[in-house]
Design a protein around this ligand. Structure first.
Ligand code: CA
Length: 228
């Protein structure tokens, strides 16, 4: 069960969302406007936000940018079909996932659970993460690649660990800035780029010939098992 905030102006969709999520055991609050929703999203009790991008008072992506300046609360954006541009902007702005309209309660609930698993995982309580030949041990802060210990700086470790916790998902540079550097976004993407290139070198790969670290143009980066 999670405390979920629904920000959606369409009364019918809002009611359907509240019903579907309540039925699946979540506690749901809602807001028909962006500004009131932003206020609610900053409440520490809020576990996850469902955000409609088409809102009457503020653009959903602008809202997300404002929220990400102060909070890393997981956000799933809801988009109309064919609105790829807003979707890319939303992912860049730090959305954790998206669902296209129309969607079923079951698929939305599955996305919610996946996002909560990824974001709420207590890294200290977990064993090492293995991805291909990479083993990332959070408790000892040790990374091995094909059995060899990698010499990583603290920041490189944090960056790799965050990507490993989220492996298989495209993580935006904005999200890395917030989650790894603990800074609101603003000109720090160069810092992220530099650390990614250092990390690449230590993993024995290049941007032109990636193995574990795959760039997704205009969206971000994801860590994958090169054999997958
Ligand atoms: Ca709407």
């Amino acid at each position: 069960m999670a405390q979920i905030l629904v920000i959606e102006d369409d009364a019918e969709i809002r009611r359907a969302l509240i019903h579907a999520l309540t039925e699946r055991g979540h506690a749901v609050t809602s807001s028909p406007t962006g500004m009131a929703g932003l206020q609610g999203a900053m409440d520490p009790a809020c576990d996850l936000v469902i955000l409609d991008l088409g809102l009457p008072d503020i653009d959903g992506v602008d809202l997300l940018q404002m929220l990400r300046a102060v909070s890393a609360v997981p956000v799933i954006v809801v988009t109309a079909r064919g609105d790829e541009q807003s979707l890319v902007r939303a992912l860049e702005a730090g959305a954790n996932d998206f669902v296209p309209k129309p969607f079923s309660g079951t698929s939305l609930d599955a996305r919610i659970k996946a996002v909560l698993r990824r974001t709420a995982a207590d890294p200290d309580a977990e064993g090492p993460i293995t991805i291909g030949g990479l083993v990332i041990d959070q408790s000892g802060r040790i990374v091995t690649l094909d059995g060899e210990i990698l010499d990583l700086s603290a920041r490189e470790f944090d960056l790799l660990h965050y990507l490993a916790v989220n492996h298989g998902r495209v993580v935006s540079k904005r999200e890395l800035t917030i989650e790894v550097w603990h800074q609101p976004y603003g000109g720090a993407d160069k810092t992220v780029d530099v650390h990614l290139s250092w990390l690449r070198r230590k993993l024995g790969e290049t941007a032109a010939e990636p193995r574990y670290l795959r760039s997704v143009r205009n969206v971000g980066i994801k860590l994958v098992d090169p054999k997958e």
